[in-house]
Design a protein around this ligand. Structure first.
Ligand SMILES: [Zn+2]
Length: 654
């Protein structure tokens, strides 16, 4: 618990930056105990205190390319150089340590502490196999040397440790950094050994020969040279991840590369460190009382932030599942503002001990949906309220049921308006029947008015009445009619997706559609027959079987057929005429000149490709028409996306 910080790094850094800006503008306000005048405190009395040979300063932080350019400009000013070479390396997220070797022997290991004085953890450090007890520094004329590094736990090791702890009924660890720093200060070195810790050394802060003569910037000339030296002496270093960059443009490009690379890298990183490579130039830059001027930490877009849980909404899904959704104070994270987050189910709330009014830690990495990591119990003031999961459906008032062995509470009422709403929203969605002009808010309105009781009602709307509603004109009614009319001719895989059969998404629906002449054939298939279809597992087969053996569902299909919704597998619907675009993803933007949006979609699908709805790292090709806007800008920032003209796209599919 002692190692768990009260506020997140990003919050701390933001506050620290604000404070420093304020102090820069009003120097008279700077007090001697301002956090800007020294680095974080954090000593317990349990370990002997030792003074570092050279103070361990923190690094100045930057969050964007402009900060890096600014840093480069200052370095050039301080050194009087036209060009400066930088060493750029990932900043491992662990616990900082300083090691001292004398006469080739490890004589001391210390935590960072307050930067000047740390805790002596030599006994625990000796338990780590990645810290050599002796290293051949004398071969390089070095008598005493102080090294800086980070004790980390690799991601896969951390997961394994948590798996084992879960197995043993122990509390799992929240993150690897706190676990590393906590483990380093355990009383029993044997216990330390069991935590999978590794030391990575990334800096030489002090080096003298037998005559106590300083070797830094006189004999040891570059940062990169020092890392090579440590590597040769048997230490783990970031030598493989490190890059020498000739100028700030190369630095920025390398930083960008790591924004995505870090997600798959096996060590947690919270940013990159940019250092002046030449040690003489480092000396010329010097340091402030808080940070060196020759290095800067570049922080990746924050993955975690704190917010307050304001309220919980209970949403009823199309299968009747009731999902608690947390409404939180809006918080910006990894480029988006987050104000609501799914809490999954009642057990999730109980396990995480979440209360109304709690401070919650929110995490979002890359494309991942944001989730609540946990609550900060230390910040509770007693006003937090226990969460009582509802006993009845928030939409229709029916009593909720929770089938045994399931974590989900459900509304079992077939006529529940909230379920109908969700079923219809799913039915008209882009991946399903793709009905233009019938959006979420219109559906909710029509359900309330009683126009839409289920999917088939879409084809029997009271247009004369709708025409008279506020906000509806002749044109919007015509558009709606046309959108609904054109959905009647869709291929059956769309209908199979739209029906909302549990576990049946687009891919499964396509697999299914190839095996029948019309959808009613599924009525006569048993689960075993269904499992013989490629791509259909037993769980999916069972749910398809159940769906087509429910009288209400068959009645729904018959009604849809009466409304002339296509239920036949027609020759022209054959999916993927060839596999030219197999595994490739596409998105179209701008105003297309040579074909319509619908035709473009069709061409991609006929050739085995997949359409995406937005720009992300999953996208392979962005096809641009005229006046392409934000999607193009966004795509250009992701180096793996190829931008195509309409002609280039046509050439691609021949
Ligand atoms: Zn209900």
């Amino acid at each position: 618990m002692l190692s768990e910080p009260i506020i997140t790094d990003f919050d701390y850094d933001s506050l620290f930056k604000q404070l420093r800006e304020l102090e820069a503008a009003h120097p008279d306000l700077v007090t001697s105990d301002s956090p800007t005048q020294r680095v974080a405190k954090g000593l317990t009395e349990d370990f002997a205190q030792v003074t570092h040979l050279v103070s361990m300063l923190s690094l100045d932080n930057s969050y964007n390319a402009a900060d890096v350019i600014d840093f480069d400009r200052k370095v050039k000013e301080l050194t009087g150089q036209q060009t400066v070479e930088y060493c750029v390396e990932p900043k491992f997220d662990g616990s900082s340590i300083a090691l001292v070797y004398e006469n080739d022997q490890l004589i001391r290991a210390a935590t960072r502490g307050d930067g000047t004085v740390g805790e002596d953890i030599t006994n625990n450090a000796r338990a780590l196999s990645s810290i050599p007890l002796s290293a051949p520094f004398s071969k390089h004329g070095i008598y005493r040397i102080e090294l800086r590094g980070e004790v980390i736990i690799k991601k896969d090791v951390f997961e394994r440790i948590n798996e084992e702890r879960k197995h043993q009924g122990l509390k799992t660890f929240q993150n690897s950094r706190n676990t590393a720093s906590g483990s380093l200060r355990l009383k029993d070195p044997k216990e330390v050994q069991s935590r999978g810790l590794e030391a990575v050394l990334y800096h030489v802060s002090y080096a003298v020969d037998k005559q106590e003569k300083n070797l830094l910037a006189t004999k040891l000339l570059t940062h990169y040279g020092n890392i090579e030296l440590l590597h040769q002496c048997g230490f783990k270093t970031p030598i493989k991840e490190l890059k020498i960059c000739k100028d700030s443009a190369h630095v920025s490009a390398f930083l960008n590369e790591w924004e995505t690379k870090r997600l798959t890298f096996n060590i947690e990183t919270d940013g990159m460190v940019v250092k002046v490579n030449d040690l003489k130039m480092q000396e010329q830059c010097g340091s402030t009382s808080h940070h060196p001027r020759w290095a800067i930490a570049y922080k990746f877009a924050a993955k975690q932030a704190q917010s307050r849980l304001l309220d919980i909404e209970y949403q009823v899904g199309r299968t009747g599942a009731v999902t608690p959704v947390a409404k939180i104070e809006p918080v910006r994270l990894a480029g988006v503002t987050i104000s609501s987050i799914s809490l999954h189910n009642e057990d999730f709330i109980t396990e995480k001990d979440i209360k109304l009014g709690d401070t919650v830690i929110v995490e979002r990495a890359g494309e991942v949906i944001p989730y609540i990591v946990g609550v900060v119990a230390d910040l509770r003031d007693g006003s937090e309220k226990k969460i009582h999961f509802p006993k009845t459906c928030p939409s229709c008032g029916s009593e909720l049921i929770r089938p045994e062995e399931e974590a989900i509470w459900r509304c079992d009422n077939a006529d529940c308006p909230a379920q109908a709403e969700e079923r219809i929203i799913h039915y008209v969605s882009k991946d399903a029947m793709d009905i233009d002009g019938l959006g979420r808010s219109i559906i909710i309105d029509f359900v309330q008015r009683g126009y839409l009781k289920n999917m088939e009602y879409i084809y029997d709307l009271p247009y004369d009445e709708i025409r008279t509603l506020e906000g509806w004109g002749e044109k919007s009614v015509t558009n709606l009619k046309e959108g609904i009319e054109s959905s009647k001719g869709r291929p059956i895989w769309r209908l199979l997706t739209a029906l909302g059969i549990r576990h049946v998404g687009v891919t499964t629906a396509k697999d299914l559609s190839k095996h029948v002449k019309n959808v009613f054939e599924f009525e006569h298939m048993d689960a075993e027959h269904l499992t013989n279809i490629e791509g259909i597992g037993p769980k999916v087969a069972q749910s398809i079987f159940e769906f087509f053996h429910n009288k209400g569902n068959i009645h729904l299909l018959e009604r849809l057929k009466e409304f002339r919704v296509n239920t036949e597998n027609r020759a022209e619907d054959a999916i993927a005429k060839n596999n030219k675009l197999q595994g490739k993803t596409f998105l179209f933007t701008g105003s297309l000149q040579q074909f319509t949006r619908d035709r473009a979609k069709q061409m991609v699908e006929e050739n085995g490709g997949t359409l995406l709805s937005g720009v992300s790292t999953k996208l392979n090709y962005l096809v641009v028409g005229e006046d392409a806007g934000s999607k193009l800008t966004k795509a250009k920032a992701i180096p793996t996306i190829e931008v195509l003209t309409e002609d280039e796209f046509l050439k691609m599919i021949g």
